[in-house]
Each structure stands twice: as structure tokens, then as C-alpha cells.
Design a protein around this ligand. Structure first.
Ligand code: KIV
Ligand code: ZN
Length: 513
């Protein structure tokens, strides 16, 4: 028995069967090159008889990869399929024909409408024909997961005797449970004469979310080839994920006692490439390659990770080509995580200023799902800018609509702690807010410029408002404010500009640049 588990990648064949995932030859070649870098043992490049495009893909991949990897082509147990596959593989340095037939009661009775004896006869003839054309022939017993075990043993014994070098036991409908599937594979080793002459392969579908577990149970029971796809794409709920089985065997090497020769550092790159080409987005919580696979959100976990990564991570992200773990700043993040991220961004804030940024962070985090680096930069910048406040914006309320009269109420707090409230209406909510502020501050000025831009990502992005006001002696003062609500950002910007104007009137404070 082999001392390694072979990785048979079927992204280009079963993976392409994912609804909407069809790829052209150039795209398949790009993926094939990445699969070679990843170090897979076999690339199933297509089903040549199914279309001229599939034929061309198998032909082109065969030419491209040389002897780096076995190139495999799928067929039914039909002579013409096998002959066409052999033609498509003509340039392959290491060609393999993958032929087979249904073996479950359901497939024999309802799909093929033949007896078990006829199926064995066709299978044996197909394997013999294929062996006459290429030296490496894999036989698949379709729907083996639901087959009657005694019939499966008979079929497998016959095809090995006919020359099959690899025998694939697919759980085509994703029906089995790991213990059952492991016993099915174990049963082959007990009951099939000549089993030692073939490599046993597992090909599991994910209809009940068991594909990875079933494949690994198969390996535990003696299988030495796993058929899988990048990101687990494939027919219906998909196939076994290459990244999951590979990392399970690598991380739990003591448990399994056997490994693949996959270069795991290429995993993330392969995942992104397949997702980009097929348009199938990887779910964020997907094991190994999901965007959240190494992201930590809870304050307790973040504290642990920052002290020692292995407290909450069993895989080093670098081992699968991910830049590193990430700390997601949310309302659940603690002070440790915020401080750490600010330091990473190059901010060394004195204690008092950190407290101000922390308070602003919590306020923002309650409104946004996630606080990004750009948000922090704005919060730090804002806190620096507001050190010399004459008036602090405590709250702002506004209504507007159509029909409706835009109205605003603001509360400003002076340095002495006096709370001043006033209201106004205006041509729009920003105008109403500015008039209400003017009623309190009472400093002559003219608004000469107003601009708003999104400074962070997402629908809940921070908007930054920049304004310029001109004082009655002609000097211009800039104000900025950031908030996920742009009216609030506008109120902050205006208060900020007026503060600059006011402090500039005091001899002890430097003038606006
Ligand atoms: O799921 C399956 O049974 C298959 C075979 C064609 C190998 O994809
Ligand atoms: Zn399949």
C-alpha cells in the first residue's frame, strides 16, 4: 500500500459541473498551472466526448503540464467515449482514462435499466478497451455509497482483474456517514481478491456536509487517493474540498499517520484563482480559505491570540498562504486589541488620548459592524483635531423629508461645562443644523466650501465632511468631521471650523495655517 495519499483534483471536471462554473480552455489552463504549483498528483481535465470544448481542454492541459502530473479524462463505459478520451490524451506524458458505470440498485434499475451481470460485463469490457489505449486506467463504481456491498465487491474484483490500476469508490449522492463509508472501504480490503493490485480512491459529494469526513474515513480504512476540488466546488452541494482534506492530514498527522505531498502554501492562491475564474464566491466561514478562517472577533479570543497565537488557532495562516491572522475590531473587541491595532498602524497615543480614541471607537463600533483601519485613522485624527475645542458637539437631531420642513436641534457644551441647546429650520438638514449651531455660537462667518466623501469601505462607511468658513475679516478656516451619518459628520465639521475660528481670536492660540 502506498505510503502517501494521492490528491486527484477534479476542479476542471466535477468542479466545472457546479451550476454557472463553466470555464473556457484558457481559464482551465491557468487553473491547471496553479494545480501543478500546488503539487496535485492527478488533474482530471474534462470529459472529452461531452463537447468539443471539453475535448480541447483535455488536449491543451495534456500538452501544458508535461510529466509533472497525471492527466485524466472521464468517460462512460462506452467504447466511443473511451476512444475519444484516448485521442484527447494523446499528448499527455502520463495519461489516465477514468471509466465506469453505476453500481447501486437505483442506477442499475432506474437509470441504466440493466442487470448487475450486464453492468459487470460492460465495466470489464470498458477497462480492457481503455487498458489497450493507455497504461493507467481508473474505474469508478458510480453511486457506490448506496450499492449493495456484495455486488460492489464482485464488480471491483472483476475490473481489477481486467486491468484497472485505480478503483474509485464514489459516494455520488453524498448519502453515507463517515463510519459507514469507512466500513465500505474496509470491506473491499477484506473481500476483494487482488485488491493489492490497485489504488483505492474515494470521491465524496457533500449533500449532507460529510464529504471531507467521509474521505478521511476512507483514508483511515486504506484508501490512498482522494478526489477533490478547490473550494469544494462541484455537482450540487459540491465535492470534497482539497484544502480541507489536505490540511486535516497535515495538522493531524499523528492521528492519520499518512500525508499528501501538497505544497499547502499555494492553497490560498489556488482558492482565489478558482473563485475569480468561476465566479463562485467562497463563503466567509469556509474552513481554511474563507475570509474569516483566521479572523478573530471576540475580545476574549483577541486577547488570547495577541498573547499566543495557538490559544485560538490550530493552523498557522502562513502554512496555507494567508498573510496572517486578523483581529476584527467590533463592539466586542477589548482595549488590548484596539491598542495593538493602533500600534500596528504606527499610533503611539498618550494615555489620555487613547481613552478619547477608545470612547470614540466604542461609539462608532456600536453603529458599524466592523471598524476598519481607515476608521481608526479618522478617529485618531479627529481626536487630535478636537483638543482645542471651545464648543463640543454633544448631540444633534434632525428631521427632513418630502413633504416636510428640515428642522434641527443641537446641543453644544462649552469648556466650562455649560450645555446650550437651540433649534432651527433650513432648506435641507445640513442648512438647518448649521443655522441651529449659529444661533448658539453667534460668530459671523460664511460657508464657502462643503464636500463629503466616503473614507472607509462598505455601506456603513464613515463619511468625512470637509468645509471652509470665512470670517468677517476674510480669513478662511477648515473644519472636518467624520461619522457614519453624513449630517452628523457635517455638524462635527462645522463645529470644528468654528472652534478654529474662535481659538484664532485668542492671542495665546496659534492661528489657522
Ligand atoms: O460523483 C461521481 O460518481 C462522479 C463519477 C463520474 C466519478 O463524479
Ligand atoms: Zn462526482
Amino acid at each position: 500500500m502506498s505510503d502517501k495519499v494521492y490528491i486527484f483534483d477534479t476542479t476542471l471536471r466535477d468542479g466545472e459541473q457546479s451550476p454557472g462554473a463553466s470555464m473556457n480552455t484558457a481559464e482551465k489552463l491557468e487553473i491547471a498551472r496553479e494545480l501543478v504549483r500546488l503539487g496535485v498528483d492527478v488533474i482530471e481535465a474534462g470529459f472529452p466526448v461531452s463537447s468539443p470544448g471539453d475535448f480541447e481542454s483535455v488536449r491543451a492541459v495534456s500538452e501544458e503540464v508535461g510529466d509533472a502530473v497525471v492527466v485524466c479524462a472521464l468517460t462512460r463505459a462506452v467504447p466511443n467515449d473511451i476512444e475519444v478520451a484516448a485521442d484527447a490524451l494523446a499528448k499527455a506524458a502520463r495519461p489516465r482514462i477514468h471509466t465506469g458505470i453505476g453500481v447501486s440498485e437505483s442506477h442499475l434499475r432506474d437509470k441504466l435499466r440493466i442487470t448487475g451481470d450486464e453492468a459487470v460485463e460492460r465495466a470489464v469490457a470498458a477497462v480492457k478497451l481503455a487498458r489497450g489505449l493507455v497504461g493507467d486506467v481508473e474505474f469508478y463504481a458510480e453511486d457506490a455509497g448506496r450499492a449493495e456491498p456484495m455486488f460492489l465487491y464482485r464488480m471491483i474484483e472483476s475490473v481489477i482483474a481486467a486491468g484497472a490500476t485505480v478503483v474509485n469508490i464514489p459516494d455520488t449522492t453524498g448519502y453515507t456517514y463517515p463510519e459507514e463509508f469507512g466500513s465500505l472501504i474496509g470491506g473491499l480490503f477484506e473481500h476483494v481478491n487482488g485488491i493489492e493490485n490497485a489504488i483505492i480512491s474515494v470521491h465524496c459529494h457533500n449533500d449532507l456536509g460529510m464529504a471531507t469526513a467521509n474521505s478521511l474515513a476512507g483514508v483511515k480504512a486504506g484508501a490512498r487517493q482522494i478526489e477533490c476540488t478547490i473550494n469544494g466546488i462541484g455537482e450540487r452541494a459540491g465535492n470534497t474540498s482539497l484544502e480541507e482534506v489536505t490540511m486535516a492530514l497535515r495538522q493531524r498527522s499523528t492521528y492519520f499517520g499518512i500525508d499528501t505531498t501538497i505544497n499547502t502554501k499555494e492553497i490560498m492562491r489556488a482558492s482565489r484563482l478558482v473563485s475569480t475564474i468561476t465566479g463562485i464566491v467562497v463563503q466567509p466561514n469556509k474552513a481554511i480559505v474563507g475570509a474569516n478562517a483566521f479572523a478573530h472577533s471576540s475580545g476574549i479570543h483577541q486577547d488570547g491570540i495577541l498573547k499566543e497565537r495557538s490559544t485560538y488557532e490550530i493552523i498557522d495562516p502562513a502554512d496555507v498562504g494567508v498573510g496572517g491572522s486578523s483581529i476584527v475590531l467590533t463592539a466586542r473587541s477589548g482595549r488590548h486589541a484596539l491598542q495593538h491595532r493602533l500600534n500596528e498602524l504606527g499610533f503611539e497615543l498618550p494615555e489620555g488620548e487613547f481613552e478619547r480614541v477608545h470612547a470614540a471607537f466604542l461609539e462608532l463600533a456600536d453603529k458599524k459592524k466592523e471598524v476598519y483601519d481607515e476608521d481608526l485613522e479618522v478617529l485618531v485624527g479627529e481626536s487630535e483635531r478636537t483638543l482645542d475645542e471651545v464648543y463640543h458637539l454633544a448631540q444633534v437631531h434632525f428631521t427632513s423629508g418630502e413633504p416636510g420642513i428640515p428642522t434641527a436641534t443641537v446641543e453644544l457644551v462649552t469648556r466650562d461645562g455649560e450645555h446650550l441647546i437651540d433649534s432651527s429650520h433650513g432648506t435641507g438638514p445640513v442648512d438647518a443644523v448649521y443655522k441651529a449651531i449659529n444661533r448658539i455660537v453667534e460668530v459671523p462667518n460664511e460657508l464657502s466650501e462643503f464636500s463629503v466623501k466616503a473614507v472607509t469601505r462598505g455601506i456603513d462607511a464613515l463619511g468625512e465632511v470637509t468645509i471652509r468658513v470665512t470670517s468677517d475679516d476674510g480669513r478662511v478656516f477648515t473644519g472636518r468631521g467624520a461619522h457614519s451619518d453624513i449630517i452628523v459628520a457635517s455638524a462635527k465639521a462645522y463645529t470644528n471650523a468654528l472652534n478654529r475660528l474662535l481659538v484664532s481670536q485668542k492671542p495665546t492660540i496659534s492661528e489657522e495655517l
